[in-house]
Ligand binder design. Structure first.
Ligand SMILES: NC(=O)c1ccc[n+]([C@@H]2O[C@H](COP(=O)([O-])OP(=O)(O)OC[C@H]3O[C@@H](n4cnc5c(N)ncnc54)[C@H](O)[C@@H]3O)[C@@H](O)[C@H]2O)c1
Length: 395
């Protein structure tokens, strides 16, 4: 619709960017004008497909005057330097989750964006999924009474997807907490209004060959009185997508006969071979995913006074007092459109989404609190939470 697309630069042309390609390609409101990537193969693929400039460093990308906003899709540990560089260059920022690994870095990033007067959005995250947005709006409307409890569960093959070595070291942001719990926390906080109060959690690191957390379960409470239970396993046995109508996390119909594929692909690989295998899933090498439903992050049920809301990839099943009905969350025209809604709204209308830097910092705090609580065997109080826009007091 717009005649003035947001001119976007991309830092990091790996797996995360690959997952965004269908979204960028389908949306005339944004135009990819430049990228930064260390690998020549991905730079060449970018110039071939988008015709823009491809730099070796993020600093060069930040200096490009044609770039209005930068999508930072580099590994977790680089987010801090790349966000600081983009903010100092006055570019708006979309940074992949998690915002950072440490709370100190996250605080510096939020401050830098504030001081530079640029928008900092953390995403994509599954809190942007249309069924989550629809459920949040239904809850906010009060139609079903107060939100009392949320159950979020996900069983995946996360730990057995090909990894860079640091993705299996917790202290460097590896394991299911920083990459996966962050989605579930975002979803639950989005539904419950954002202000988590405390958390009591236990984690599991049960495969000595992949010695990082592969699972956790956590009880959370919110300022509103809502309670939540978050459970995640990345150990690649049961697959909870069968409870999501056989639709995968990325909105793709699951392939019959794919059972055990993640573990099979890793058999007999050393860490270097595994890291190389990961690059075959990135831009310039891999293929894109064909989604035909909204994305999701496993079964989620929100219990309200007058109905239970069950999120599906296509909408919300409402289990009311005496009747059930379904409310559709339409898919498309491309996946992750809501992430670009947020970018366009921020850059063109100076309007921030819920998933700001401060939001990302609050969700990161919950990740750390899960690890701290599990190590100490104690509940942990949360200090850095923020509200969804709907819950913010009006002046
Ligand atoms: N939201 C999602 O669905 C999703 C999915 C996957 C990954 N991610 C996130 O994206 C980030 C990247 O993860 P990934 O799986 O894509 O990793 P990846 O290794 O596939 O991609 C990272 C890319 O960054 C590039 N890179 C490294 N150093 C760079 C530098 N200095 N400048 C520019 N590019 C550089 C690498 O060459 C690589 O192509 C992580 O923070 C991860 O949490 C998000």
């Amino acid at each position: 619709m717009t005649s003035d697309p947001v001119r976007l630069g991309v830092a990091g042309l790996g797996r995360a960017f690959m997952l965004m390609v269908p979204t960028f390609d389908a949306d005339p409101r944004v135009k990819l004008v430049a990228a930064a990537a260390p690998r020549e193969e991905s730079r060449a693929a970018f110039v071939r497909d988008y015709g823009g400039a491809a730099y070796e460093t993020v600093e060069e990308l930040c200096a490009d005057p044609s770039v209005e906003a930068i999508y930072i899709a580099t590994p977790h540990q680089m987010h801090v330097d790349h966000v600081l560089a983009a903010a100092q260059a006055g570019k708006h920022i979309l940074v992949e989750k998690p915002l950072a690994i440490s709370m100190e870095d996250a605080e510096r990033m939020v401050r830098a964006a504030d001081e530079a007067g640029v928008h900092l959005i953390v995403g994509p995250s599954h809190s942007f999924d249309p069924p989550v947005d629809l459920a949040a709006r239904l809850i906010e409307s009060g139609e079903f009474g107060q939100l009392r409890m949320i159950q979020a569960l996900n069983y995946t093959d996360f730990l057995y997807r090909p990894r860079r070595p640091e993705e299996l070291r917790t202290e460097e942001g590896g394991g299911v907490l920083f990459s996966q719990a962050i989605h579930q926390i975002d979803v639950v906080r989005r539904l419950a209004g954002g202000m988590a109060k405390n958390i009591y959690a236990m984690t599991g690191a049960w495969d000595p060959k992949r010695p990082t957390e592969g699972a956790f379960t956590a009880l959370m409470s919110f300022e509103t009185g809502c309670i939540a239970n978050l459970t995640y396993s990345g150990y690649a046995h049961f697959d909870s997508d069968i409870w999501m109508n056989d639709v995968g996390e990325l909105g793709q119909p699951k392939k019959a006969g794919a059972y055990g594929g993640a573990r099979r692909a890793l058999m007999n690989l050393n860490p270097d071979d595994e890291a190389r295998l990961k690059t075959t899933r990135t831009f310039g090498s891999g293929t894109t995913i064909e989604a035909s439903h909204n994305e999701h992050f496993g079964p989620v049920i929100a219990l309200c006074d007058r109905a239970d809301l069950k999120l599906t990839p296509d909408g919300i099943e409402v289990f009311g007092d005496t009747e059930r009905h379904f409310i559709e969350a339409p898919f498309g025209p491309a996946p992750r459109r809501t992430v670009l809604d947020a970018v366009v709204d921020a850059v063109r209308n100076d309007t921030a989404p819920d998933q700001t830097g401060a939001w990302g910092l609050a969700s990161l705090e919950v990740c750390h609190a899960i690890l701290t609580s599990a190590a100490a065997g104690q509940p942990v109080d949360l200090q850095h939470q923020c509200r969804t826009k709907h819950e913010e007091p009006t002046e």
